[in-house]
Design a protein around this ligand. Structure first.
Ligand code: PHE
Length: 361
C-alpha cells in the first residue's frame, strides 16, 4: 500500500539525515504543504465513500507516528550539534587567568586613612569643614585680625573680589562645603585647617578631641616643594588639666604607629597667632634614625608640624571658658607626610594624574 511505502521512505530519510537542516528538508518532502503524505491525504476525495473513514484514520496514525519520529530525531541531532560546538571550543584549564586592572587608593588617601585610624584609636573624632571659608573663621576667630602682620604668612585666594558679597553660589548647604557669609567678612579658600577648630568648639563645646584632615590653598608659586593646593591635618584637644606633655605623648605614639618603629619628637619654640606658647614639633629623621644624614641636614630631626596651647582668644571665639578649660592644637602637612613616607621629591607628582607615578603605590 502506498501509505506504507511513504512511511518507510520517510523513516529512512529521517534516520539518514545528518543535520537538523537535512532532517527539516526530509520533513518538508513528506509532511510539507506539497509533501508525499499531504498529497496522499488529499486523495481521500477520490476514494469510495465506505472506505473514507478507515483511510483517514490510517493516514492520521502514520502522520502522528512520523511527526513523533521526526521530533525525536531532531532532538538527537541538536544535542549532537551542541556537543560538537563545545568540543570545538577547546579550553586549556592550565592557562594563566586574564588579569583585570584593579585600581587602588591614591597614596594621599592611604596615608589619610592611616592617620584617621590611629587618631580614632586614641579617641579623636574626625571632623570636616568647608574649603571655601569666611575670612572670620580662617583668620579673625584664630586671633589674626586684618591688620596683623601674621596675615602675610599665608597669602590667600579671595572669592569674588573684595566686596564681601554673599555666597550662595559657592558650594552646597548639604555638604557644608562652603561657608555662608553674614558678618564673617569676605570668602577665601581656606589657607589652613585651623578654622575647623573654631567650628568644632562652637558645635560641640568642651571637652573636645578632634582631628580635621582636609584640603587647603595658598597663593604660592609652584615648584617641587610648593603647591597652591595641598592637604593638612588639624588636631585639637581641650579638657581640664591639659599640657604640652600630653601632646608629646600623643604625637610620639601617633608617629610610632604610623612609621611602624619607635619615633621620638622634640619641641622648639615657634610662632602662630592662635597658640600661646607656640611650638614647632620635630620628629626623628625617618632615614637615618637621628644619626644625621643629608635629608635631615645632619641634625637627626625633621620639622613636622606647628602646635601650641590654644590661645584664650581662640577659646573665647569658640565659646569655651578658658578659666575652666585649656588645650592644645596642632597642624601638619598630610601632603608632606606622604612625601616623607614614600620618598617623593616633587609635590607636583601627587596631583599630576600620571599613572606611571600612581601605579607605584
Ligand atoms: N595652621 C598652622 C599652619 O598652617 C599650623 C598650626 C595649627 C599651628 C595649629 C599651630 C596650631 O601653618
Amino acid at each position: 500500500m502506498e501509505l506504507e511505502q511513504i512511511k518507510q521512505a520517510a523513516l529512512k530519510a529521517f534516520s539518514e539525515a545528518k543535520s537538523v537542516d537535512e532532517l527539516y528538508e526530509a520533513h518538508v518532502q513528506v509532511l510539507g504543504r506539497k509533501g508525499a503524505m499531504t498529497v496522499v491525504m488529499q486523495s481521500i476525495a477520490t476514494i469510495e465513500k465506505s472506505q473514507k473513514a478507515a483511510f483517514g484514520q490510517a493516514c492520521n496514525v502514520v502522520k502522528k507516528e512520523l511527526e513523533a519520529v521526526y521530533e525525536a530525531r531532531k532532538k538527537d541531532l541538536e544535542e549532537a550539534d551542541l556537543k560538537r560546538a563545545l568540543n570545538d571550543r577547546w579550553v586549556d584549564p592550565t592557562a594563566p587567568g586574564k588579569k583585570f586592572d584593579v585600581g587602588h587608593l591614591h597614596p594621599l588617601s592611604q596615608v589619610q586613612n592611616d592617620v584617621e585610624r590611629i587618631f580614632s584609636s586614641m579617641g579623636f573624632a574626625i571632623m570636616d569643614g568647608p574649603e571655601v571659608e569666611s575670612e572670620y573663621y580662617n583668620f579673625e576667630a584664630l586671633n589674626v585680625p586684618s591688620w596683623h602682620p601674621a596675615r602675610d604668612m599665608q597669602d590667600t585666594f579671595f572669592i569674588k573680589g573684595d566686596d564681601g558679597e554673599a555666597s550662595e553660589e559657592f558650594g552646597s548647604e548639604n555638604f557644608n562645603r562652603s561657608a555662608t557669609i553674614s558678618n564673617e567678612g569676605r570668602l577665601v579658600l581656606r589657607t589652613q585647617t585651623s578654622p575647623v577648630q573654631i567650628r568644632s568648639m562652637k558645635k560641640y563645646g568642651a571637652p573636645l578631641r578632634i582631628i580635621a584632615p582636609g584640603r587647603v590653598f595658598r597663593n604660592e608659586a609652584t615648584d617641587a616643594r610648593h603647591e597652591h593646593t595641598f592637604d593638612q591635618v588639624e588636631g585639637l584637644l581641650i579638657d581640664e588639666n591639659i599640657s604640652l606633655a600630653d601632646l608629646k605623648g600623643v604625637m610620639q605614639e601617633f608617629l610610632t604607629q604610623l612609621f611602624g618603629r619607635v619615633m621620638k619628637v622634640r619641641f622648639r619654640p615657634g610662632y602662630f597667632p592662635f597658640v600661646e606658647p607656640g611650638i614647632e614639633l620635630d620628629m626623628s629623621c625617618t632615614l637615618c634614625n637621628e644619626k644625621g644624614c643629608r635629608v635631615c641636614k645632619g641634625t637627626g630631626w625633621l620639622e613636622f608640624m606647628g602646635a601650641g596651647m590654644v590661645h584664650p582668644n581662640v577659646l573665647a571665639a569658640g565659646g569655651i571658658d578658658s578659666n575652666k578649660y585649656q588645650g592644645w592644637a596642632f597642624g601638619f602637612g598630610l601632603t608632606r607626610l606622604v612625601m616623607m613616607r614614600y620618598n617623593i621629591d616633587d609635590i607636583r607628582l601627587l596631583s599630576s594624574g600620571d599613572l606611571r607615578f600612581i601605579k607605584q603605590f
